[in-house]
Design a protein around this ligand. Structure first.
Ligand SMILES: NC(=O)c1ccc[n+]([C@@H]2O[C@H](COP(=O)([O-])OP(=O)(O)OC[C@H]3O[C@@H](n4cnc5c(N)ncnc54)[C@H](OP(=O)(O)O)[C@@H]3O)[C@@H](O)[C@H]2O)c1
Length: 262
């Protein structure tokens, strides 16, 4: 797949991994990009950072159905079609489940999962007009391994994996490719309140994710050999993985208490 002149919609492109993805897309010749985000100033700043891009900027919450309808009807009116949908916006609220607010549970499901499914639904007719339609979904390493104190976030991200497989098979006659990426800890605003160290850079995650989409890879797992081995152990011998995680229970609990980016 060639990225030059492709029309792209990305959620959460105003900061972090999403903004680095825009940088990567622009380097490879993309000029038409629609972005959804909540913060007006960060959205506006995209126009000065990426002067060559014709942006459709939609300010709003992806958890709001009207925002999703608004962006897709703007794309239909202005472009008539869409080549690439990147479901990137995400939020996290960690900690013991019984201490999470009801709102944080609902919002994580709404933003990380429901919005991805609804926006994809709205975009399918637009993607069908493309010769090379593609969807890039951003899951998480926590979507592969259910870690304690991330029960809600991890569940939303695991569902993104299942959604990616199901919708890829469903869209097979339409030749729309679906790539799902699983970043490990990445140095963005999302991790400011976490205690993670040794993080990937958002530039690295963005570049590898866009490359994977171009190459029509199905799943891309970050975190190297260690993450792959952990995933295998978790799947094949979950009780052995339980014992491994139990050793750092208190440390993990303590680290999760303040990790919130909503
Ligand atoms: N950083 C990590 O360690 C890591 C690891 C694995 C997976 N991921 C995943 O990677 C993706 C990007 O994360 P990031 O680290 O780049 O996060 P980030 O730096 O916090 O950026 C999040 C982006 O999403 C937008 N956003 C958040 N909630 C939104 C909402 N309700 N409606 C519209 N836009 C919203 C934000 O803009 P506004 O705030 O202006 O809306 C921002 O542009 C997420 O799906 C995340 O779960 C991240």
């Amino acid at each position: 797949m060639q990225l030059k002149d492709k029309k792209v919609l990305i959620t959460g492109g105003s900061r972090g991994i999403g903004k680095c993805m825009i940088d990567e897309l622009v380097k490879q010749g993309v000029q038409d990009i629609a972005v959804i985000g909540r913060d007006k100033e960060n959205l506006k700043a995209l126009r000065t950072t990426f002067e060559s891009v014709n942006f459709i900027l939609v300010r709003g919450d992806v958890g709001d159905l009207n925002v999703l309808r608004d962006v897709t009807s703007k794309i239909e009116d202005e472009w008539g079609s869409l080549d690439i949908l990147i479901n990137n916006a995400g939020i996290v609220s960690a900690g013991p489940l019984e201490d999470l607010s009801d709102e944080d549970i609902y919002d994580q499901v709404s933003v990380n999962l429901t919005a991805v499914m609804v926006l994809t639904k709205y975009c399918i007719p637009l993607l069908r007009h493309s010769q090379e339609g593609a969807i890039l979904n951003v899951s998480s390493g926590l979507g592969l391994i259910g870690m304690p104190f991330y029960s809600v976030y991890a569940s939303t991200k695991a569902a993104i994996r299942q959604f990616s497989d199901a919708i890829r098979r469903e869209l097979e006659p339409d030749s729309i490719s679906v790539t799902c990426v699983y970043p490990t800890a990445t140095n963005t605003d999302m991790m400011t309140t976490s205690k993670a160290t040794d993080m990937d850079s958002p530039e690295f995650v963005a570049e590898r994710s866009i490359q994977a989409m171009v190459q029509k890879k199905l799943h891309v797992i970050f975190g190297g050999e260690e993450r792959l081995n952990d995933s295998k152990l978790n799947f094949e011998s979950p009780e052995k993985f339980d014992a491994k995680i139990a050793k750092s229970y208190e440390e993990r609990k303590e680290a999760s208490l303040y990790h919130k980016a909503m």
